[in-house]
Design a binder for this molecule. Sequence first.
Ligand SMILES: C=C1C[C@]23C[C@@]1(O)CC[C@H]2[C@@]12CCC[C@@](C)(C(=O)O1)[C@H]2[C@@H]3C(=O)O
Ligand SMILES: O=C(O)CCC(=O)C(=O)O
Ligand SMILES: [Fe+2]
Length: 348
Amino acid sequence: MATSLSEAYRDTTLQLKHIIPLDFDSIHDLPESHVWTTKDNLLSEKPDVLSIPVIDLNALNATELVRNACQKWGMFHLINHGIPLRLVEEVEEHARRLFGLPLERKLKALRSPSGATGYGVARISPFFSKLMWHEGFTIMGSAVDHAKELWPDEYEEFCDTMDNYQKKMKSLAYKILLLILKALEVDDKNQNQDQEINCTPSFYQSEGALQLNSYPCCPNPNRAVGLAPHTDSLLLTILHQNDTNGLQIFQEGTGWVPVPPVSGALVVNMGDLMHIISNAHFPTVYHRVVPNETRHRFSIAYFYGPPTDSIIAPLSKFQIPCFRPVTLKEYISLKSKHLEKALTLLRN
Ligand SMILES: C=C1C[C@]23C[C@@]1(O)CC[C@H]2[C@@]12CCC[C@@](C)(C(=O)O1)[C@H]2[C@@H]3C(=O)O
Ligand SMILES: O=C(O)CCC(=O)C(=O)O
Ligand SMILES: [Fe+2]
């Protein structure tokens, strides 16, 4: 039987100190465990002129706009995406309610050491000597087991909303994937075009994960890190951010560029698997979150990928593939051991 996404994480057991978040409610000063040094390049204001493009999903030239955005940034804001604003607001409200619970209640839904879902710090935590000003809640499919742990008598509304959001995200992600494949000119000039998309089994089915992120107000934001620099592992990520700044992406030659929220838009970013299938034409986005002294940031990220046993390789139109083929399951294991170096290890 095929391995599910959560099962693919089973071999990567984490220690509890890399799962349990801080009790943010009881903290008034930044604890030493969360103080990052200046060499972590925390302060980096960049010119406001640089901004991620905003793309209308229904624009006639959407493919071209997506191609340019993916090449230059690996990221874009998407408008007219068809996800009802009310649904996005509901998911955000549920996230606020969840993270607003007392720590002892949130710990009832703690991610298990070999698990992938539930409450906890980011999976990348073991790669850093300092801890992040962040707490997260990961959902893969039904959230019912963890929701019952949080709210034994009133878990249904949370589950229904998360199911509905994941369903809508999945179909939006598929639409975006087809647009990106078109932007990669899979269908250009040669007869193989649609064949390549349609013959790639991994594009028919998919696996996804929903991550609720919370970055509470931080007593000393200049010395703390919300989410440490990382790239997302799967094909693409669709992100909603509340009206609080914090997300930044790294641009070679420029440095850290802020990605302020655009009202009603979702942020789409390329992940490692897209970098592989695009034969490195599209960058995987290196990004981080900086905390805020007065505002509590929430974000909702949907990670979209192929089934874990499908083989990911540069599209066959690229005659000199710069990566070797890999299954998602193998890639998850490589990433859990080597973080960003995982991609380099796959280079031909
Ligand atoms: C499918 C997934 C992507 C993710 C690991 C996860 O199993 C669910 C959480 C995701 C997340 C969110 C915060 C940043 C990140 C690097 C992490 O530590 O957990 C991503 C993971 C990823 O893209 O590899
Ligand atoms: O909060 C954010 O904007 C970023 C979240 C993120 O990078 C992630 O969940 O992978
Ligand atoms: Fe991310």
